[in-house]
Each structure stands twice: as C-alpha cells, then as structure tokens.
Design a protein around this ligand. Structure first.
Ligand code: KG4
Ligand code: ZN
Length: 363
C-alpha cells in the first residue's frame, strides 16, 4: 500500500465518526472554472465561479482549446479564493471532488489533474463526479430536506434527460433527446436571431418583449406518447421561417420569434416532465425536480411549477446560483458518494461521453 493510500484509508475511517464533513469540489467541464467548499453535502461555505464567457463571445460559442487554456490559467486562483472565502486551509478538508465527465476532454483534464494533485499532496480521499448527477444534486443545496425518490428533468447545453432518481446512486433514464439538447437548441436559434453567445439567457431576455403565441412551431414527435425529445426540427423550423421571410422581403419581429420558440420548447419540456412524473408510482410520482443550465429560464421554471401544481405534484428547482455550471453542486453529489464509502483511484480518467449509469457502476 502506498503512503497516499494509507493516508486516505485512515481519513475514511475518521470520516465515519465525524459530524462535519467538508469537501473541496472543482468543476471545469466546459466554460466555467469553479471551486466550492461544501459542508455535509448541503451547506455551501464558498462557491466561486470564474466564467469564460467574454473569451468565447467573439467566436459565437465555446472554443475547446481556449477553454482548456483559460482553466489552466485560472484554476489555482479560483481554488485559493474558495478556501479563503470559507476561511479554511487544505488541512481542514476531508476530501477533494471533481467533475470527471461528461464534458470537453481538455477542460475536464485541467480540473481532474488539479484535484488529483491537491488530494495527493494533502493525503485526502479523491472522488470523480458525473456532471449530470451534480446538476441533479444542485437541488439538495436549495432544499436540504429533499431526498430520492423523485423525477427530474435535466436540461442543459449537452443533455435533455428525464431521470427517475431512485436513490442517491440509482438513476433510471426515462427519456432523452434524439438530437439537439434543449440548451443547444436555444443557443442555435439565438445565433440565428443574431444574439451573442451565450444564446439561452440572451434569447430569454429578448423573448420578454415578444408574443409567445405569434408563431406556431408544431412537432409531431414531441406530441407522441414517449418520453424522448427532439428539438432539431423546431430549430430548423425557426431558421426556415426567417429565411422564407427574408426571401419574401417580409419583416419578422425577432422578439415574437424568440418568445414563440421559447414557448414551444418550454411547453414540450414541462408537459413531458409532468407526464413522466405522473407515470411513476410511489414518491417518484409525487415530486418533480428541474436541473441543468436551462433551469435558469424563468418561463420554464414557471411552466413546470404551474403544471406540477395542477397535477398535485410537488416541484423543486435550484436557486439561480446553482442552475448553470458551478462546483457547489459537485460537492453535494460527492458527499453522497463519499458517505457510501466510495472514492476513486488517482488513475481516474476524464470521460467526455460518460453515461450516468456507467458512472454509477464505477466508471
Ligand atoms: O448546465 P450548463 O451551464 O452547461 C452544460 O452542462 O451544458 O448549461 C448551459 C446551457 C446553455 O445551452 C445555455 O444557453 C443554457 O444552458 N441556458 C439557458 C438559460 N441559461 C442558460 N437557456 C435558456 N434560458 C436561460 N436563462
Ligand atoms: Zn452543466
């Protein structure tokens, strides 16, 4: 057994008796460099997010190489600030956690290797966390009393999943997108409307001035009985509407288009998520949560809340600070994994396409 393995084994034994467990969590899967310190998986002692948005604006989207380089430049200062804001030193921590996938491989590797280095130097247990499990766990930061089972809609830039969280390590995938993720569709339509990156929040802002019923975008696939989504046809319908109008010299109201597109996506997401919850037996059918970057969208939060209420289902969504990528949610998911006695070896690799069930099985 190596000196590091010996130190972490001792730490795991001590942890079982501790009433206060503090995890340093790191997130670098895409375009935010983030670090947080979380106590007992629910209390946020610090939550530092350095966004790279200004670096990617000139390109209209995330440039992976720029993202990786910026993470390298910023990670040290971001982790330092997370420790300072919590008023803690490395020696006060019990474990180091990091997003290990899915995400941009070069970006993931920065956080992963930094976390490994810290864990090794401080003799602390090390844990990899699945990005979607972390988004789901963001709900526990806002509702510390929330416990599985519940149904969850995860809508981010890379995923649109309906998942039944059976317990803190068992996720049952009910539905997924067949093509674009919800956030990706927002970003692509925003770009077509001439809005700067990041598209989702900018489109939401423009939609506030528009009529959501002005244009109708039908989608036979999404009206079906299943729980999978398809957003690429709707995105194409918006773009075609703009091209046809341009060719005919017709003036289109961009705010109306943005509002109508958002209304279409939000209705599909909310209807399907509530229908999925209603199809569950037991507590998973009584509670519905929202997660992922698109959960910052007010129209979606309101639609989900009112539909859930009508169906007699309790609704949960994270505070705005924990909707888009952050490390606090990573710390929350890591705590549950640590309490199950699960840690990772320092040989853990970044996995750009990591399915949530593979992570559950220890990938
Ligand atoms: O979870 P996240 O921060 O990163 C990924 O894991 O992908 O999600 C980012 C996605 C982007 O597509 C972004 O446009 C979208 O979430 N998003 C929004 C809003 N805020 C972020 N989409 C619609 N309305 C928003 N307010
Ligand atoms: Zn995310």
């Amino acid at each position: 057994m190596t000196q590091y393995q010996h130190a972490t084994q001792k730490k795991m034994e001590e942890l079982r008796k501790k009433s206060c467990v503090r995890i340093l969590a790191i997130e670098t899967s895409c375009d935010e460099t983030a670090a947080a310190i979380i106590e007992n998986g629910r209390k946020v002692l610090s939550n530092v997010v350095h966004t790279q948005i200004p670096l990617h604006v000139p390109y209209g989207g995330v440039v992976p190489e720029i993202a990786s380089r910026s993470h390298v430049q910023k990670i040290g200062a971001v982790v330092r600030r997370a420790l300072d804001e919590a008023g803690l030193a490395l020696s006060d921590l019990d474990a180091v956690a990091v997003t290990s996938g899915p995400g941009l491989v070069g970006a993931l590797l920065v956080g992963l290797n930094y976390a490994k280095g810290l864990a090794y130097a401080a003799g602390l247990p090390f844990l990899g966390v699945h990005h979607i499990a972390a988004h789901i766990a963001a709900n526990y930061l806002s509702y510390p009393e929330l416990k599985p089972p519940f149904t969850c809609l995860v809508a981010s830039g890379g995923h649109s999943h309906i998942i039944v969280v059976e317990d803190d390590s068992t996720y049952r995938l009910l539905g997924r997108t067949r093509d674009d993720a919800a956030g990706e569709a927002f970003d692509k339509v925003a770009r077509a409307l001439g809005l700067p990156y990041p598209g989702g929040p900018n489109l939401e802002r423009l939609a506030l001035e528009g009529d959501p019923k002005k244009y109708r975008f039908h989608s036979a696939f999404n009206e079906g009985e299943g729980f999978d989504f398809s957003f690429s046809g709707i995105k194409t319908a918006v773009v075609n509407r703009m091209h046809n109008a341009a060719q005919a010299g017709e003036e289109l109201n961009r705010a109306d288009l943005a509002a109508s597109f958002q209304h279409t996506i939000v209705s599909i997401l909310a209807d399907k998520a509530v229908r999925a919850a209603k199809a569950q037996t037991g507590d998973a059918g009584k509670r519905l949560a929202l997660a992922g970057g698109v959960s910052a969208n007010r129209a979606l939060r309101e639609a989900m809340e009112s539909r859930a209420k009508k169906a007699g289902i309790e609704f949960f969504c994270p505070d705005f600070a924990y909707c888009t990528d952050n490390a606090a949610m990573v710390g929350s998911a890591a705590y549950d994994k640590l309490m199950r006695g699960q840690t990772d070896d320092l040989s853990l690799n970044a996995v750009p396409y990591l399915a949530i069930d593979e992570w559950m099985r220890g990938a």
